[in-house]
Design a protein around this ligand. Structure first.
Ligand code: B12
Ligand SMILES: Nc1nc2c(ncn2[C@@H]2O[C@H](COP(=O)(O)OP(=O)(O)OP(=O)(O)O)[C@@H](O)[C@H]2O)c(=O)[nH]1
Ligand SMILES: [Mg+2]
Length: 474
């Protein structure tokens, strides 16, 4: 069968993709999300093992037209019908649900799911008849519509009440250029903005998640919003908005998150991020974090939209001279040297601090005073990340005249990787196996000795019995 040409959507279609709860079968959704993206859509990918609540909250906050799921764990009827119910309850009946799960979803269940409002469940037969691109064309065509704006006259009031649907719709208005509908946000009193930038994959999203987690614990009455930008593909216009995969702390009533595609090549920010900041300020979030697409060394655009800026890099920047080319070392208020578990991290910390000192001409101060923090964002309760968090709070307090109290403190404690298996013990598991084998051999030897002794004992007893019988017979 010849593969059909990709469908060409007339609106910007945003699709949330994930594999269902308790399900690690992510190969199928990974194939589907790539084709959805190459068909020109913005894909907000959540990965596997996601609950209905997480997927629904995400789709609402992202103002997506569709959710595309895979489910192989057997609970697809309950999972998908509950998803439909939660969406409808949140007033998001327009969000379409698509799913597949190969042969685990029976034809009779597909009928039942279609009757329950799931737009389409694709079976292996559909795959054979339509091909992969054919299924995705069908999915994208059914999602090619402008999401409705409920009650546009009261959009401002609903944004002020932090209704996630209203905020999502207001931000989409900005992206679509419907500025007349969001005029209310123009004069909003600006809320504190932390800008995070850095090279691709340095750990910006992981650190954002760690900052959100600490903020929620540290500031129990305050709310936080995250705006995250990822690059659009020049060739297809599609984008993989993957930052949410790292966000585990955002499933909270006090958090709103929105993913943006740059919608332009070679830029780190979407031009509508400034509108989003205004809308989130109108909604009176206490802190707004903006993560850029992180396109490389010359990415200092973020400083134009934030109050405090942070540059995230790793110890693997190359030679010390490379640091002199990084614009953001000159502009960032704080630097996170993430992946501090990598080799040469301490040398890198010294080099980055020196470059920071050089760029600010702060030669009279000790190197340790430079706001460069070693962090391991992938580690729970990392001391470097705790210090970084407190430094961010202090910088925001100073820059935005805030009266926040924080229970976190700045400490000299360094981030150190906690290993389950120490790395210098490279043969650790082999040693365990060898020790077990030695033990088994010893047990085998001892039981052989015990068996022989027992046999000798038995022989002695038999001889004694014989001896006794002979004496009696005499
Ligand atoms: C590959 C596979 C694995 C891989 C997964 C790799 C990965 N990262 O995804 C591995 C080996 C890890 C694995 C593990 C397990 N698996 Co498995 N696995 C499969 C297998 C062989 C294929 C599934 C697949 O990805 N197919 C590829 C897709 C593209 O094709 P499809 O499924 O036919 O889907 C069609 C349509 O439905 C459509 N489609 C599917 N999804 C979507 C989504 C969208 C948006 C669209 C548009 C279309 C669409 O596309 C296809 C078109 O023809 C199936 C058996 C089978 N032959 O189907 C078992 C199967 C799903 N696994 C099964 C089981 C039990 C397990 C384990 C629990 C085994 C164990 N005891 O450890 C574990 C669980 C893992 C976990 N953590 O969840 C069972 C599930 C039984 C059930 N639910 O009743 C199955 C059915 C095998 C069986 N017959 O027992 N598995
Ligand atoms: N070893 C190590 N890995 C980390 C650390 N922090 C993050 N990672 C991993 O690095 C990878 C990238 O992390 P992200 O947080 O997505 O990085 P990012 O900078 O947001 O990436 P983009 O948004 O794609 O530019 C993930 O696999 C993380 O698990 C760390 O401190 N140490
Ligand atoms: Mg990221």
């Amino acid at each position: 069968m010849q593969s059909p040409a990709p469908y060409s959507p007339s609106t910007m279609v945003r699709v949330v993709t994930a594999a269902s709860l308790f399900d690690g079968h992510d190969a199928a959704i990974n194939v589907m999300r790539r084709i959805i993206q190459s068909t020109g859509c913005e894909v907000i990918h959540l990965g596997h093992n996601r609950s209905v609540r997480e997927v629904v909250d995400c789709a609402v906050q992202e103002d997506a037209q569709a959710i595309a799921m895979t489910s192989y764990q057997g609970g697809h009827v309950e999972y998908l019908t509950y998803m439909r119910r939660l969406l409808d309850e949140q007033g998001a009946s327009h969000i379409r649900i698509f799913a597949g799960g190969g042969g685990t979803i029976l034809p009779s269940e597909i009928e039942e799911l279609h009757a329950a409002g799931i737009t389409r469940v694709y079976s292996p037969d559909d795959g054979r008849a339509m091909g992969l691109q054919g299924m995705i064309n069908d999915l994208v065509a059914k999602s090619d519509f402008i999401p409705p704006i409920d009650d546009p006259e009261h959009l401002a009031e609903r944004v002020r009440m932090r209704d996630p649907r209203a905020i999502a719709q207001a931000i989409s208005c900005a992206e679509r250029g419907q500025h007349d509908l969001i005029g209310f946000a123009a004069d909003a009193v600006r809320r504190p903005v932390l800008g995070i930038t850095g090279t691709g994959g340095a750990g910006k999203s992981s650190l954002t998640d760690e900052i959100v987690r600490r903020f929620l614990l540290d500031q129990p009455d305050r709310s936080i919003a995250v705006v995250s930008v990822d690059p659009s593909k020049r060739k297809t216009g599609g984008a993989l908005l993957g930052d949410r995969i790292r966000m585990n702390a955002v499933s909270n009533q006090r958090v709103y998150m929105r993913s943006f595609a740059t919608r332009e090549a070679n830029v780190a920010l979407n031009p509508h991020v400034a509108d989003a900041i205004r809308i989130l300020s109108y909604a009176e979030y206490d802190l707004i974090i903006v993560e850029t697409a992180g396109i490389g060394q010359s990415d200092s655009q973020i400083t134009e939209v934030c109050d405090v800026s942070m540059y995230v890099m790793t110890p693997e920047f190359g030679a010390a001279t490379q640091l002199e080319k990084i614009d953001m070392i000159d502009y960032a208020d704080l630097i996170a040297l993430n992946k501090f578990d990598k080799r040469g991290a301490l040398d890198a910390l010294r080099d980055v601090r020196k470059q920071y000192q050089r760029s600010r001409q702060r030669f009279g101060e000790p190197l340790e005073n430079m706001p460069v923090h070693g962090t391991i964002a992938s580690q729970f309760n990392d001391p470097g990340t705790n210090t970084l968090y407190r430094s961010i709070v202090d910088a925001l307090k100073q820059r935005c005249a805030l009266d926040w109290e924080s229970s976190y403190s700045v400490s000299d404690e360094m981030s150190e990787k906690i290993y389950i298996i120490p790395p210098d013990r490279t043969r650790y598991l082999a040693e365990l196996v060898e020790e077990n084998k030695r033990y088994d051999a010893r047990v085998e030897k001892q039981s052989e000795i015990a068996r022989r002794l027992w046999q000798v004992n038995g022989t002695i007893e038999q001889l004694e019995d014989l001896h006794t019988q002979e004496r009696r017979g005499r």
